[in-house]
Design a protein around this ligand. Structure first.
Ligand SMILES: Nc1ncnc2c1ncn2[C@@H]1O[C@H](COP(=O)(O)OP(=O)(O)OP(=O)(O)O)[C@@H](O)[C@H]1O
Ligand SMILES: [Mg+2]
Length: 528
């Protein structure tokens, strides 16, 4: 029993869904991993900037505190010393626009540079109550103080750094450093400026510094606190595309590759399915054709059996009619002619009209006897059954020559004995039909009949020197009558075949019988 394959038409769809889902799962996992990686990178950058800011601000505040320590060392430094140290400081610290000494009564005593006094004076004028309170409280701790940024001249945001000055226990006022926020933080973040981050520093939710790379804020933004003595800034940074060119493409490649692969897989499944369906259809057609072929072969076989049976029935019938005609009708007619002869002899003395009619009747009866004998012979020559093929063929050839005037050259093996009855009948009938065709179609004045052994096969050849077969018959077999078909069928019935070789120089019809009859015929092999 043939195995039944189930080919679901939705197989390509299932393949597509499964592979797309698998791709999406892998893509999501990769995205998550990339997310974690990017987040880690941005966090690291945030900590690094934060640490730099805190440390750099600390250095700047400490260096300013060193200036205030001059009063500790020698009550009060000289103005020149102050100016030298302050100028040096300003030259090393970008963004520092002024350093001033303010007396405990809030009067500006010294300032570097000279035109920096405007910053200090405005700062003093703009200091709020809370700033003043904070300053007051530093007198206890004697530690530096960073007060909230303030906008001074021409919209410049500055950050003031205050260091209380003590000469021994004597409060001598404050050293104040005024720093423009932008240059100050630009200097501090300079190491990070080209790393592709947007850096924003806010103070009380108000942005005081933006290091812009024109990157719109995104999901990767990180925050950190910058704690300064007296105030707190918030640092917020987020990366641009420059930060993750190496990581993000992987997931995209996986996504794109996966989708293409899914497409390919489902296409392959679809094509495979189609091919299998086609193969199944071809298989079904093949099976149908095989069944049809077997059926046709069976029909052909039964047709051959039927025609074989018909031929032998025909032979039998001919034999019976021939015997009837010869033994009964011909004998009766013969008797009739004898009686008529006797009657004519008794009437010979008185020639009259009756005698004339009687003589004509006798001639007609004679003709009838001859015709019936000929017909009886053609239907079935008595010599075939009684004497065998060779005498029957000789008699046939002789009679044929007499009737048609065509000379027949008969060549038979000398020791051709008796053959099975059906073989003798078949060969005789083939010769009979062959000679009939020579007479009717060839236009030849001669014919040859030859029987010989060729390599174990028995060959019967009937040839003539006539005009040959019409070419169209040889090419298409159209126009063949019953004669040749009968010859071929007789050869077939004996397991042999019929071959026809014809040209404008003549025709050769060959009946070739298989070797099994060779033993029966026992004849010398003809050298061809
Ligand atoms: N010896 C021959 N020489 C030339 N043509 C021949 C010869 N034998 C047969 N043919 C051609 O082959 C045709 C078919 O011959 P076939 O014996 O089958 O039919 P037929 O003789 O025409 O009719 P029938 O059925 O009475 O025999 C003939 O009509 C004739 O054209
Ligand atoms: Mg014929």
């Amino acid at each position: 029993m043939q195995k039944k394959h189930i080919s679901p038409a939705w197989l390509p769809l299932v393949v597509a869904i499964v592979s797309v889902t698998a791709t999406l799962v892998v893509w999501r996992a990769l995205r998550k991993q990339e997310h974690v990686q990017v987040e880690r990178v941005v966090k690291l950058a945030t900590y690094s900037i934060e640490a730099d800011m805190v440390a750099d601000m600390d250095i700047r505040i400490r260096d300013l505190a060193d200036l205030a320590r001059l009063w500790q060392i020698r009550d009060q430094p000289s103005k020149q010393e102050f100016e030298t140290r302050a100028t040096l400081y300003i030259s090393h610290v970008p963004g520092c626009v002024a350093i001033g000494w303010i007396s405990p009564e809030n009067a500006l005593k010294w300032v570097v540079p000279v035109d920096g006094d405007i910053y200090v004076r405005q700062l003093l004028a703009g200091s709020s109550e809370s700033v003043r309170n904070k300053l007051q409280s530093t007198l206890q701790t004697r530690s530096p103080l960073v007060t909230p940024t303030i906008v001074l001249l021409q919209d410049e945001r500055v950050v003031p750094v205050w260091v209380p000055v003590f000469a021994g226990d004597q409060f001598e006022g404050f050293i104040v450093g005024v720093f423009r926020v932008h240059p100050l933080l630009d200097d501090i973040t300079s190491d990070h400026s080209d790393l592709g981050y947007e850096v924003v520093v806010t103070e009380a939710r108000r942005p005081i510094y933006i290091l812009s790379n024109a990157i719109p804020e995104n999901e990767w933004a990180q925050e950190a606190k910058i704690e300064l003595p007296g105030t707190e800034w918030r640092l917020r940074i987020w990366p641009g595309a420059k930060v993750f060119p190496d990581t993000l493409p992987l997931s995209r490649v996986v996504l794109l590759g996966g989708l293409i692969m899914s497409l390919q897989l489902s296409l392959t499944a679809f094509l495979g399915l189609r091919e299998r369906n086609t193969a199944k259809r071809i298989d079904a057609v093949n099976r149908e054709l095989t069944a049809e072929n077997a059926e046709r072969r069976r029909a052909e076989e039964s047709l051959h059996r039927l025609s074989g049976r018909l031929l032998s029935l025909q032979d039998e019938e001919r034999r019976r009619i021939a015997r009837e005609l010869h033994d009964s009708t011909a004998q009766l007619l013969y008797g009739l002619t004898i009686k008529l002869k006797l009657l004519s002899e008794s009437l010979v003395s008185s020639p009259s009209q009756e005698t004339q009619a009687l003589s004509e009747s006798m001639q007609m009866a004679d003709q009838c006897v001859r015709d019936i004998r000929t017909i009886s012979y053609l239907l079935h020559p008595p010599s075939l059954d009684e004497l065998g093929l060779a005498p029957a063929l000789r008699s046939l050839a002789k009679g044929f020559t007499e009737r048609s005037g065509i000379k027949v050259d008969l060549s038979l093996p000398e020791d051709l004995g008796r053959l099975p009855r059906d073989v003798e009948t078949a060969l005789f009938r083939i010769v009979q039909e062959g000679l009939s065709n020579v007479h009717r179609h060839s236009g030849s004045k001669t014919a040859r009949i030859k029987v010989f052994n060729a390599g174990g096969e028995i060959v019967l050849v009937i040839s003539d020197d006539g005009k040959g077969f019409p070419p169209e018959i040889l090419v298409t077999s159209a126009g063949l009558g019953v004669g040749i078909a009968g010859m071929r069928e007789r050869a077939r019935q004996l397991g042999g075949r019929l071959e026809i070789h014809s040209s404008s120089l003549g025709t050769e019809v060959m009946a070739i019988l298989p070797s099994q009859y060779e033993k029966t015929i026992r004849m010398p092999v003809l050298q061809m």
